[in-house]
Design a protein around this ligand. Structure first.
Ligand code: ZN
Length: 453
């Protein structure tokens, strides 16, 4: 029997079995239904407490205090327009402050806000050093959280917080006058990339950029290796904030030629700069595979009014993600391409590509985020991971409150998505709980070969 024939034969048997089942009333419910039944609320109520008991791994977060400049490698541009739910007047944040600190008010008037600032500073004194943020994770039932930060802080416990460092700055080693002047947001972002590159140079005791391109690549690899030794579990790109995410595939000698012409001065043309960056990006991605450092990429809308959604469309990355040369690199699509998450999930067909749902649960309310999760769970349930994208909003509302909002929203949306899937006859309840464990913890943890738990 040829392969095609045997496939055909197996399909005929399957169709016959399906017809037999369909004829039998006992199996009639095996056909999934388009609407949930009246039991959906009950199933939700049953699932939620079980889902709340699952210790989570937060795959994308920016823990830290508001006055800590290392919380991110970039900063929110001034006067950026925030969507409704992530504004600091969202009343849900008062619920968060109540749940975490017993905040007795429903608003953040300056008088009331003082109470919260005072309460937190007392707690920080009682829980010195890493104990404060450990206690926040305990309250949220987060076993371990990524800390996607410029540098780690001594007040974050390395047993509970895993460092994900930023890799973009290697792409901006030249005179960035034109890049910085592009718009007010880049005026904030690009100087911070320059600062990040200088910090990597300091770390490696390099006082000036190497003369040869070969040595520049060696310097990059050295930073990756040292960061890995210092606890870094992955590298993160937020390149979409600074340039389009379409990457050409230049030859090494092209990048080398550009490096040599501009390393000690002069402004490369936009095309030259992009060509150089495209090569460096691919170099970093390749090194990520060799050094077992998964590559996290920001793929979603971003803060700042000048963030260009069409030029940073997640599908621009498809040619890189589906390139067999990078099969040994693990990619995590941070924020799951939101608001293009419907297309994005199909990128996870690649064995080395994963989607992280962080920010989706903050940008959307749980009723909408539930539909995102449901669609992902129905497609590649073993390729999606949980994250909060928590971030300190200001000196009153910290990453503590946004952790709470992120975790709470995700667990509720997850319970609701799974309840609908059970009620609609798509999956059983035990299978739903397996999916919940995978999403909240197991799938992400497996990517780091025993370095996280
Ligand atoms: Zn983030």
């Amino acid at each position: 029997m040829t392969r095609a024939n045997s496939k055909m034969h197996a399909m005929q048997i399957r169709i016959r079995n399906l017809l037999l089942f369909a004829a039998c009333p006992v199996f009639a419910s095996a056909q999934a239904r388009p609407l949930p039944g009246p039991d959906v609320q009950q199933i939700y109520q049953r699932l939620l407490p079980q889902i709340e008991k699952i210790p989570a791994f937060d795959h994308h977060a920016h823990p830290g205090f508001a006055d800590d400049p290392d919380v991110d490698a970039m900063a929110a541009p001034p006067n950026a327009t925030e969507p409704m739910r992530t504004r600091d007047d969202n009343p849900e944040l008062a619920v968060a402050a109540h749940a975490l600190f017993g905040y007795p008010y429903s608003d953040f008037s300056p008088e009331h806000a003082k109470w919260l600032i005072q309460k937190k500073s007392e707690l920080k004194k009682q829980l010195a050093g890493p104990a404060y943020f450990d206690s926040i994770l305990d309250k949220l039932n987060i076993e371990m959280s990524v800390a996607n930060r410029a540098m780690m802080a001594d007040y974050l416990d390395p047993k509970r917080f895993a460092w994900v460092f930023f890799a973009d700055s290697f792409m901006w080693p030249f005179n960035n006058e034109r890049e910085t002047a592009r718009n007010p947001d880049e005026g904030v972002f690009i100087p911070l990339q320059e600062k990040m590159l200088r910090r990597w140079m300091q770390q490696e005791n390099v006082s000036k950029l190497p003369d040869s391109f070969d040595d520049y690549l060696k310097f990059i690899t050295q930073v990756l290796e040292d960061n890995s030794k210092r606890g870094g579990i992955a590298m993160k790109f937020e390149v979409a904030y600074f340039r389009p995410t379409t990457f050409s595939d230049p030859r090494r000698d092209q990048a080398e030629d550009i490096y040599q012409r501009y390393v000690s001065g002069g402004i490369p043309t936009e095309k030259e700069y992009r060509t150089f960056q495209d090569y460096i990006f691919r170099y970093l991605v390749t090194e990520g595979g060799r050094l077992h450092l998964p590559v996290h990429i920001h793929t979603a809308v971003g803060i700042g009014d000048y963030f260009n959604l069409s030029k940073s469309n997640i599908m621009n990355l498809e040619s890189v993600l589906r390139d067999p040369r990078y099969a040994s690199t693990t990619f995590v699509m941070i924020h799951g391409g939101y608001p293009l998450e419907r297309e994005a999930i199909w990128l996870a067909a690649m064995k080395n590509v994963y989607l992280d749902s962080s920010f989706g649960e903050l940008a959307q309310y749980p009723s909408a985020f539930k539909d995102t999760l449901k669609m992902w769970l129905e497609t590649f349930p073993d390729k999606i991971t949980f994250g909060t994208d928590c971030f300190p909003y200001n000196e009153v509302l910290g990453s503590e409150e946004s952790y709470w909002l992120g975790v709470q929203s995700s667990r509720e949306a997850l319970a609701a998505a799974l309840a609908e899937m059970i009620s609609e006859g798509e999956i059983t309840e035990p299978r739903a709980l397996e999916m919940a464990h995978a999403y909240l913890h197991d799938t992400a943890v497996k990517l780091y070969a025993g370095r996280v738990h």
